[in-house]
Design a binder for this molecule. Sequence first.
Ligand code: HEC
Ligand code: HEC
Length: 269
Amino acid sequence: MFNRTKSKKGRRSPMATVSLIVVGLMTTGGAYALFSSTANADDSTSTVAASSQSNVNEGEKLFASNCATCHGLSAQGTSEGPSLIGVGAASVDFQVGTGRMPMAAQGPQAEEKPAQFTDEQVDALAEYVASLGPGPEVPSTDLTNGADGDAAEGAELFRINCAMCHNVAGAGGALTEGKYAPNLETVSGKHIYEAMLTGPQNMPVFNDLNLTPEQKADIITYLKYVQDNKSPGGFALGSLGPVAEGLFIWIFGLGAVVAMTVWLTAKSN
Ligand code: HEC
Ligand code: HEC
């Protein structure tokens, strides 16, 4: 009894010990959290770097066995295919993603066909080519999903910039020397963006000064609208516009009137 009171007076109070322990625990805990989180951050950046490096290596292998015959072992170009240094990831993603590359046969235009590679392999090829020289990157999905753009604005831009080759409704059309602008009825938003960014073959490049990323997104929104809302009824007549519609009325409309007149007069006789 005596001892206890003495110790109470002579030493620090038990609360002091408790708070000392709390402070100690918090410092060690805090320091641990700090160090372990920086260590984690280091870890994750190094895994990202490692995985993109292995992607590039993977892409290089795929390239050597599928593309090098025409584009050269280090993509420097040959007489069979152009140099790919500086064309960027977007061009590879477009060309391989739409099945145009690897090109099957020499012709006026690389044909679209079912894609030969998985998405991961396309990414790897794109990263490999992008590692050779800077070029346009694969656009982010918020620009290409067609959800946020202005369809009316996009329709206007499409009429001005694209309709002369692709037709107002994106139905496609013939160009000179056996080339053609394909119809845009099934193409994905990402590939629409990349086509504008890289200008495949006879198509002009629409860089960000010609059409801002927002305007490109508007065009995608318009084309998605056309894809989702097929002609509301009747014959679309290939959406060729007033000439085709006028011709249709002259031949079939007027023809019907003539046939009716002939039938009526034949009856009255
Ligand atoms: C049979 C030959 C051939 C093969 C194989 C081939 N290409 Fe091509 N590639 C061409 C030709 C020719 C062009 C240019 C004309 C064209 O775009 O149609 C071209 C164009 C390209 C372009 C567009 C370049 C630009 O200026 O934007 C890319 C990207 C491309 N090829 C990537 C590839 C990749 C990746 C592979 C392998 C998966 C591949 N090609 C396989 C012949 C080939
Ligand atoms: C001078 C004619 C011309 C103009 C103008 C033009 N294009 Fe093209 N476009 C083409 C040709 C030719 C191709 C096919 C290239 C190929 O097969 O490599 C093409 C291909 C495309 C493709 C790829 C289609 C697919 O099925 O893979 C898209 C998408 C596209 N164009 C969108 C547009 C948009 C959007 C515009 C306007 C901003 C536009 N184009 C303006 C000629 C044109």
